[in-house]
Write a new protein. Structure first.
Length: 483
């Protein structure tokens, strides 16, 4: 089972005298500050609506920041003209030898202003003084700042593509995730198999089960078995880089972000269950590497809110992935039409595929997906994780080879039309598919330990955990807002 989209969790809230008061779950329900945009669809709306519900536009009060001019937004990056950003636009160049506003020599012949005969050499022009910049000492990190918050020179050139040549190839992310069950040997075998199959990137999941899953959740032991020991992700990322691949990390906490930075992760991913964990998303967006968001068991409102947060931060996701959190997911539940709708609005949309086989990724590439993510293993009979529904090495070359022909413009209208007629296409409105258990993925605020009555609730004495349905029923009762 993947922690990216685990099937059953969220933390048990404190009960009785220790229960947090209403509204205490501030980090989990946090929204971005800022001036809300104009009414949806209005002239100031940074996410102009397509006919009907698009599931993209941030609504007033849902975390949208100050709106930019129509067609030019920082977070959603939608442009009415369809033109990409250009660096240096609007800057007027001046001659290197003549400063702006300096008088120009008159045309024609005649005595020079200093009385020289025409054609006589003039005096040597004064040499400009060389400006010597004094080295500035690096600013000390703020007290209590995390490593990536300190002002440090960039040590890694985060790239979304492997090279200019390979940027024309389909970007396929093989999610090894928890499939090795903590085994160094299995993890290394999977990384080497991915490289031998020609994959551009692999991904791991950095989580500590005690900070993610409630101990009474029925999947706790299974998730504990999939936890990657400290140092293992870092070693596997180095191996992937040595083999010419990129490596990303799904993070579930600030400590996970630190691990991603320590291993020079090429991208950071937020799992479907944490699309409402805005404090984590904010920190991940500021960390440096490109940010990927998954949207399993989410609605259009969830997507609007997280895009509004990024917009208020002048950030843009590297990819937002349409996902269905079923294991495996039927083809009819994949809703590639949602991804196509996002692409039509200028969002960098892709597909996190939980279906069996290779058809889903090929149809996604034919529709223009910027990336596709798929679970990967070397043996489907291995216990734990998502091994039973993962790609095998022989499937990878089928996807990457077929995608070269399917991707626009090579794919052409015929393959795109075939994708739109496939079972994978479905509806274009983002909503929860029948069978997706939202309660199993989302986290709630829980007391990290026994708290005396009257204790002020702060981040340091809270945990955000996934509950099982049994735990949730016991603590939250039949009227739970998470049902």
């Amino acid at each position: 089972m993947s922690t990216d989209d685990t099937k059953d969790p969220r933390p048990a809230p404190a009960s009785g005298a220790d229960a947090p008061p209403p509204g205490a779950d501030t980090l989990n329900q946090e929204t971005a500050a800022g001036t809300p945009p104009a009414s949806p669809g209005g002239p100031g709306d940074p996410y102009p609506a397509a006919p009907g519900e698009t599931g993209i536009r941030p609504e007033a009060g849902e975390g949208a920041g100050t709106p930019a001019a129509p067609g030019d937004v920082a977070g959603g990056q939608l442009r009415e003209s369809g033109e990409p950003d250009r660096d240096g636009g609007g800057e007027s160049a001046t001659s290197a030898g003549t400063p702006p506003g300096a008088p120009q020599p008159a045309a024609g012949e005649g005595a020079a202003p200093d009385g020289r005969e025409p054609g006589a050499p003039g005096p040597e022009p004064p040499q400009p003084r060389a400006e010597v910049s004094q080295p500035q000492p690096p600013a000390p990190p703020q007290q209590g700042a995390r490593p990536h918050e300190a002002q440090q020179p960039a040590k890694h050139n985060y790239g979304w593509r492997l090279s200019a040549e390979e940027s024309r190839l389909p970007y396929l992310i093989l999610d090894i995730g928890a499939n090795p069950s903590g085994s160094r040997e299995l993890a290394a075998d999977m990384v080497r198999a991915a490289a031998a199959a020609g994959a551009p990137a692999v991904k791991f999941q950095a989580f500590k089960v005690t900070d993610l899953i409630h101990p009474e959740n029925k999947v706790y032991r299974e998730m504990q078995a999939g936890e990657m020991p400290h140092g293992l992700i870092e070693d596997m990322a180095k191996l992937a880089h040595d083999l010419g691949m990129q490596c990303g990390v799904t993070v579930f906490s600030p400590e996970g972000i630190d691990r991603a930075l320590a291993c020079k992760a090429d991208f950071i991913k937020i799992a479907s269950g944490d699309i409402n964990y805005l404090a984590l998303i904010r920190e991940a967006a500021n960390a440096g590497p490109p940010l990927i968001l998954s949207t399993g068991a989410s609605t259009s409102k969830d997507v609007r809110r997280v895009l509004g947060l990024l917009n208020s931060m002048a950030k843009r996701p590297a990819a937002i992935l349409q996902c269905t959190s079923l294991y495996p997911a039927p083809a009819t539940s994949c809703y590639l039409a949602v991804m196509a709708e996002w692409l039509s609005q200028g969002l960098p949309a892709g597909f996190s595929d939980h279906s069996m086989g290779v058809s889903g990724p090929l149809f996604a590439y034919a529709l223009g997906a910027v990336t596709v993510e798929k679970h990967f293993t070397t043996d489907r009979t291995l216990p734990g994780g998502d091994n039973f529904m993962s790609l095998l090495p022989e499937h990878v070359s089928i996807i990457t080879g077929g995608a070269k022909s399917a991707m626009p413009p090579a794919g052409g209208p015929l393959l795109e039309a075939a994708a739109r007629e496939s079972l994978y296409y479905g509806q274009r409105i983002k909503r929860i598919f029948h069978g997706e258990d939202r309660r199993a993925l989302r986290r709630v605020a829980c007391a990290a330990r026994r708290l005396p009555k009257g204790t002020a609730l702060r981040t340091h004495n809270l945990k955000f955990l996934r509950l099982g349905s049994e735990v949730e029923g016991r603590f939250l009762g039949p009227g739970s807002p998470y049902k």
